[in-house]
Design a protein. Sequence first.
Length: 120
Amino acid sequence: MSSDALPRLRAICLALPEVEERLSHGEPAWFVRGKRLFVTFADRHHDERVACWCAAPPGAQEALVVHHPERFFRPPYVGHRGWLGVYLDVPVDWDEVAELVHDAYVLVAPRGLAATIAGG
């Protein structure tokens, strides 16, 4: 289940305009224009779970964690800023992950760049 998580997440992130991948705290992470982090992979980084952490709009973290704690969590370090943790070692709805990544990108990217993608 989680063995294909990184390649799938990578493909979703790198499909967005001006996204670069580099390591951050030892894990693959994706940045807009090399500066603005919007998604990071977490391969058993703070526990025994495979997940990703992504920027999320206000209220999204709380709603998803409360209603679907088996799939979402409040990640350490960035959870207090509203970031959302998404477990990738459970059955994953990759269309939903793509939407969450898209939302994270739109939140972090400069306004003009975010507007270049559908729904931005």
